[in-house]
Design a protein around this ligand. Structure first.
Ligand code: NAD
Length: 283
């Protein structure tokens, strides 16, 4: 483990544009269960998974009914999501951002904990539970700007966009729902710009998010070599170093997409990396 912490520290310090991709695993230490880990919500209750897959179709068929169901039968994660606070893993990524090493976080999480921990440059790939999004103009609004219970009581659901009058849905992206265009645009740009990708706490099985490391892996760059006679040659090398921090190996590990895995808890490993970066920079 110590050698891996030193290796990742070196890779981070030598990088020009490091980004992090995060998933539910980084928030389990904040008390939010993941879906597919050993204690995951769907591992324990496969019925809830089936309901989640149907949700977007219900919204398309009848947005009023979807809103009424959402407000009266909140899903299993809701309580944990509303109570949770960031953990040392979130704060460590914030600190790497403040040091100028980490340029962006692209998270699958809908819990808003990266922003709560103080991270500035966050792309919420699957949206955020505490926001509503207009399906026409794409504007996002804090959910607490709307009295949804009152709207339900007055039979005025679904809510509409204050800017364009379009239909409002929770910003959280449901299964089968297209990823919002602005998010696709930002993420694509980040994958094209990065030279290091730190993947934290994701099983990497939910697409299209799981395709981001694969796209990064396909990028190559020219590297100049000078041999002993002084002759310059160029060779094609991978453009992005891909590192996983996860409790267990994932398809990215098995398929050789990631260069290496640091196996363990993000809440323990990420703060150790921050300490090692500080120590290395100070010497
Ligand atoms: P997942 O549940 O499929 O996988 C989580 C991974 O993290 C597993 O491999 C697990 O072993 C690992 N893990 C668990 N705790 C860890 C820890 N402390 N340190 C390191 N690794 C740990 O999650 P996913 O890949 O993010 O995909 C699930 C989808 O569900 C996402 O799209 C996300 O939007 C949503 N989700 C979000 C939250 C949240 O916002 N906190 C919670 C559950 C699910």
């Amino acid at each position: 483990m110590r050698d891996l912490i030193k290796r990742i520290t070196r890779d981070l310090i030598n990088s020009n544009y490091a980004i992090a991709l995060t998933g539910a695993g980084i928030s389990t230490e904040s008390g939010i269960p993941d879906f597919r880990g050993p204690s995951g919500i769907w591992t324990k209750n496969p019925e809830e998974e089936k309901l989640a897959y149907r949700s977007y179709q219900v919204f398309l068929n009848n947005p009023k009914k979807w809103w009424e169901e959402t407000l009266t039968t909140p899903f299993g994660l809701l309580e944990a999501l509303t109570k949770a606070e960031p953990n040392p893993g979130h704060y460590a990524l914030t600190e790497l951002g403040k040091m100028g090493i980490l340029k962006r976080i692209i998270t699958q999480n809908i819990d808003g904990l990266h922003e709560k921990a103080g991270s500035k440059d966050v792309v919420e790939y699957h949206g955020c539970i505490s926001k509503l999004r207009c399906l026409s103009c794409g504007s996002r609004f804090p959910q607490d700007k709307f009295d949804l219970q009152k709207l339900m009581g007055e039979d005025k659901l679904p809510p509409h966009c204050p800017k364009c009058g379009g239909l409002l849905k929770s910003d959280g992206v449901a299964f089968g729902e297209p990823i919002p265009a602005d998010v696709i645009h930002q993420s694509t740009k980040e994958i094209e710009n990065c030279d290091l990708m730190l993947i934290c706490g994701t099983s990497a099985v939910v697409y299209p998010f799981a395709a981001l490391p694969i796209s990064a892996k396909e990028r190559t760059t020219h590297k100049e070599r000078i041999d002993e006679t002084g002759k310059h040659t160029f060779e094609m090398v991978p453009a992005v170093t891909i590192i996983e921090i996860n409790a267990e190996p994932t398809p990215l590990t098995h398929e050789g997409i990631s260069d290496y895995l640091i196996q363990g808890k993000t809440g323990e490993i990420l703060p150790r990396i921050v300490e090692e970066v500080k120590r290395t920079k100070a010497t």
